[in-house]
Design a protein around this ligand. Structure first.
Ligand code: GLU
Length: 395
């Protein structure tokens, strides 16, 4: 572990890849890494979360940002990654430090053991004075099992290492209260509740995958874990230190002064929804009180194909997300348990169980300004007594 202050810096594709030629922008990299060296000299541990592998590899596979489909992007990432890392390595050496590559997938964040393993590796690199460069392993991920944007990936990394700050470098100088092309648009220097600005942030960048909306989602994950997020234009000299010193404008998203613990933050900060439950209104009223678990009799409907240890999103009957928690059962087990409410759990499952679906210790109530997720459009499975001939009955 390191006792230095850690900072995660997310760098968007448009800063790293020349828009027309799709080649590395060495001038930008020099300005960036010169400032990374400055931060390191000031005592910071620096972790980079860099996009750009897809953009830099597109030409090699004969595609453009407009034409590339999923498999083209997977192949492009494999071609672009060595170019990107080589550029970082060369320029890093000019400023006297080593870099290392960490490629992650969704599972490395969603599985707690892999999350901790990854964290140990990052800490070991920081201990050795190396700058880890994190990216998603785009070549092996598919649409269904990917993080998708490096904004949220960077926020997860910041949460993972207990960073104090996250800087998201991008092509605009920060957040506006409406579309920045609107002459009435006002710059927002500081944000406490990101939920107030989600509607104002539609639109995407052309080279990367994120837009302002994913940046705010990322900032929300970071703030709940006690991390300050800065959203800033990257196209300047000293792109990092001028943000931290307040010398130029950026949007600062404040950290929650009472952040969630590491465990609770891991549960609440999700990249993908594994499954969801709707609980009865009565159960919703009592949720989170008196060490009570969620039990099978409280479940009104469920959705998703999940396994034991996956995180479920808990909704009330009006569709408001109330909490997130670890499931003690697979979705199959839970279906059997809920459609046979009067049969003892042990008889249905074949092993001893108290029938607690989410234990109190594994349940996190969503704080008022934690962005909630919409319930899946079809909560496909309604819990009701099964037909006589249902395969689920006493399965
Ligand atoms: N992982 C992608 C890449 O390296 C970028 C994702 C993003 O831009 O957010 O190209």
């Amino acid at each position: 572990m390191t006792d230095k202050r850690s900072i995660v810096i997310k760098i968007g594709s448009a800063l790293l890849a020349n828009q027309d030629l799709l080649t590395p922008r060495f001038g930008f990299l020099q300005r960036l890494l010169e400032d990374v060296a400055r931060l390191r000299a000031d005592g910071w541990s620096v972790i980079l979360c860099s996009s750009g592998s897809v953009a830099l590899g597109l030409k090699i596979v004969g595609e453009t940002p407009e034409t590339a489909g999923v498999s083209d992007k997977q192949a492009a990432a494999a071609c672009g990654m060595p170019l990107l890392l080589n550029a970082y390595k060369q320029v890093g050496h000019e400023y006297g430090f080593e870099i290392a590559q960490i490629l992650l997938t969704l599972g490395d964040f969603e599985d707690h053991r892999r999350f901790l393993n990854t964290r140990n590796t990052v800490h070991r690199l920081l201990e050795a004075g190396v700058v880890p460069i994190v990216n998603e392993n785009d070549s092996i991920t598919t649409e269904q099992i990917r993080v998708g944007d490096n904004d949220r990936l960077a926020a997860k990394v910041a949460q993972m290492v207990g960073a104090s700050d996250l800087i998201i470098l991008t092509g605009v100088d920060g957040l506006y209260d409406r579309n920045p092309d609107d002459p009435e648009a006002q710059f927002v220097p500081e944000v406490e509740d990101v939920g107030l600005y989600m509607d104002a942030t539609k639109g995407k960048s052309t080279l990367g995958t994120g837009g302002m909306a994913t940046k705010l989602q990322a900032a929300n994950m970071a703030q709940e874990a006690g991390v300050v997020t800065w959203i800033a234009q990257g196209e300047v000299d000293r792109p990092l230190s001028t943000v931290l010193s307040g010398e130029r404008r950026s949007t600062k998203v404040l950290a929650n002064p009472n952040p969630l613990s590491g465990w609770d933050s891991w549960i609440a900060n999700r990249l993908q929804m594994a499954g969801s439950l709707v609980i009865s209104d009565e159960a919703a009223k009592m949720l989170g009180a008196d060490d009570r678990p969620i039990t099978r009799s409280q479940i009104v409907s469920m959705d998703g194909d999940f396994t034991r240890g996956d995180v479920l999103h808990i909704y009330d009957q009006a569709g408001t997300e109330l909490a997130r928690g670890l499931s003690d059962f697979t979705s199959e087990e839970l279906r059997v348990l809920t459609v046979n409410p009067d049969t003892p759990a042990e008889q249905l499952l074949g092993y001893r169980s108290k029938g607690e679906v989410v234990r109190f210790n594994n349940l996190v109530m969503l704080q008022s300004h934690h962005l909630q997720w919409d319930a899946p459009s079809s909560m496909v499975y309604e819990v009701a007594p099964p037909d006589e001939d249902s395969p689920l009955r006493n399965a």
